[in-house]
Design a protein. Sequence first.
Length: 311
Amino acid sequence: MSGERIAVEARDVGRRFGRTWALRDCTFRLPAQRVVAVVGANGAGKSTLMNIVGGVLPATTGSLLVGGRETAPGRRGDGDPAARVALVAQSRPLYRDFSAADMLRFGRHTNRLWDDGRARSWLARFGVPLDRRCGRLSAGHRAQVSLALALGARPAVLVLDEPLASLDPVARAEVAGELLAEAADSGMTVMLSSHVVAELSGVGDHLLILSAGRAVLSGDVDVLLAGHVRLTGPRAPQPPGPGTVVHARHTARQSTFTVRLPGTDPHTPLVAPGWATRPLTLEELVVTYVRAPHVPGPHRPDERPGAPERV
Ligand SMILES: Nc1ncnc2c1ncn2[C@@H]1O[C@H](COP(=O)(O)OP(=O)(O)OP(=O)(O)O)[C@@H](O)[C@H]1O
């Protein structure tokens, strides 16, 4: 990730609610101009992280930087374009008696920087009627109004907590495509969370996996996929080649290892007699890490250029 502009950086971020640590020791860097899928099981800490990045919840420990500036509740980075954040929270508060057009007017009045054309074209793109009261819109259209409001605020980082849940599969794919295009065109970084792995197919180009409040993996999707293999062969305590075992499964005669590859060329095929090697699908990669809260072995971001970043 060296040389790339960093949009969001977490340094040992933790958040405690009473005795529960919702997030613990989270350290990661997210490059700018990406759509980052933040994935984790229920209760993994996604909403907590999104709210800290969105500046509505303080961290208990560590620091969270957006555009190089530390976030804090009430500070939305208005003065610094690189630190401007817009959050669409899970609850997505909208005034029920306001029409979508009223909500855009509200957005214009409450944001020092406001791009009305961007917000309106988003609503037009998804066929949201401007004159209907929000209380009478479908859940999917209400989600689109929240997205349009957030986009109109011209954020450098757009934080979307479970934005796809209320959308049908067609709208979900369209929203994902539009967000990728918005990120590419405007330089904006999008963080979107989900606990549904199937939702993620083709959605993000960068992945951040949370497990039990910890960030267990972060990196560009293609690099992460190229950096892992699944090996199947005769029952053995260890795989036949180098790498960090992320997951192992054994039957009486067979062993299957999911391995994070070391070295400079993740594409080098492993040739071992009796062993079959294949790449992981995105779903397999996510499921493996979501279920593996304590993946063994340090994997430093600077081990090799473009390496998957162990966080
Ligand atoms: N306000 C709160 N008070 C007490 N505990 C909380 C609070 N918010 C979150 N938690 C706890 O922190 C942990 C992480 O919650 P969080 O909502 O961040 O997870 P999540 O990954 O977003 O889950 P989900 O996918 O179910 O929305 C959970 O154990 C949750 O019970």
